[in-house]
Design a protein around this ligand. Structure first.
Ligand code: NAD
Length: 314
């Protein structure tokens, strides 16, 4: 049974992954190479937990206990030697992950399961330097940002791992409140990111063509398709509308919609101009410092409301 967790990398994803396991009572060793990040990460986690308590996702009295479940490490071996499940959320660099897994293979118990939160690297490539026995206990577990609020985890089942071990990981993720998606083929982007890019491609294209203002295009998404998607999947929506209708509309629309195979030029232009979104104060919309903090808080608040509501639709 998986009891002890180790999370490697305490950046955007790693801190939230550690926080989630700790919220559900797991003892978590959090390993981070950067001293600067080690010095700031616990206050970031505390801030998120306080916010979750203010918004009644957890009880205020739980915050200290959750924080005490997380231990910070600067030494890899001591962070992972007792772990039953290790997940890395280190930078998306193949060589770094290959070497990390090679080291882990040596440091971890033989029955430990090693996971990667990679967004785009192939499992086969990442596990190139580990023993054949360990390859049977390696998996991609892809979280969404913010990790402690987004309820999805995509789990790879690419043929290297047996069903019993997979079920162990699946059960672990159910215990921490995640909806798991069993991904059967090692395709770039897995499932959720590919769906998201499909939508994003058309959104950027509509802006490029000037079909509506950026604000109205986001509005069309929020109060149109995405309003249903929060509780109802695309295939359920198609079944409800009638597959004959979806077939006809597909024939009529898909040939005139965007099918380019690279990022939209308006996106590239914004990047060249340094308009990167919240972090630079301007993207498709403009943000003052204060507006940017309010935007993040509102975003998290809405996710918490959805998280609480969606429990009724599972
Ligand atoms: N950011 C996202 O929205 C997102 C979503 C899903 C998956 N991912 C994936 O998660 C992984 C991490 O992404 P992120 O956005 O959290 O990156 P990040 O840059 O915010 O964090 C990475 C952390 O790893 C630390 N680090 C660097 N080398 C290390 C090492 N050898 N051992 C331990 N820690 C090390 C860095 O100091 C940093 O704190 C990537 O594989 C990424 O593709 C990211």
């Amino acid at each position: 049974m998986i009891k002890n967790i180790a999370v490697l990398g305490a950046g955007t994803m790693g801190h939230g992954i550690a926080e989630t396991f700790a919220m559900y009572g797991f003892s978590v060793n959090l390993y981070e190479t950067s001293e600067k990040i080690r010095n700031s990460v616990m206050s970031i986690i505390k801030g998120e937990l306080d916010f979750a308590a203010e918004n009644e996702l957890i009880d205020k009295s739980e915050v200290n206990g959750i924080i005490n479940n997380i231990k910070l490490f600067s030494d890899l071996k001591s962070a992972v030697e007792n772990a039953d499940y290790v997940i890395e959320a280190t930078p998306e660099i193949l060589e770094l992950k290959q070497n990390l897994f090679r080291e882990l293979d040596g440091y971890c118990k033989k029955e430990a399961i090693l996971a990667s939160n990679t967004s785009s690297l192939a499992l086969n490539e990442m596990m190139k330097l580990v023993s054949d026995e360990r390859k049977k206990r390696m998996i991609v577990c892809h979280w969404y940002n913010p990790a402690h609020l987004m309820p999805i985890a995509e789990l790879s089942f690419f043929g290297n791992m047996n069903e019993v071990t997979f079920k162990e990981v699946e059960a672990l993720y159910s215990k921490i409140g995640k909806q798991t998606v069993k991904v059967l083929k090692d395709v770039p982007g897995l499932v959720a990111n590919r769906i998201q890019q499909g939508v994003a491609r058309e959104v950027f294209s509509l802006i490029e063509m000037g079909v509506a203002s950026p604000k109205d295009i986001d509005k069309a998404l929020k109060f149109g398709p995405a309003f249903r998607y929060a509780t109802t999947g695309q295939l359920e929506v198609a079944d409800m509308g009638g597959l004959d209708i979806w077939c006809t509309v597909g024939d009529n629309l898909l040939s005139v919609m965007d099918n380019r195979t690279e990022a939209n030029p308006i996106l590239r232009k914004k990047v060249e101009e340094g308009k990167l979104g919240l972090k630079s104060g301007e993207g498709f919309f403009e943000y003052t410092n204060e507006a940017s903090q309010n935007f993040k808080n509102d975003f998290n608040k809405r996710l918490i409301i959805q998280l609480k509501t969606s429990k009724n639709y599972i």
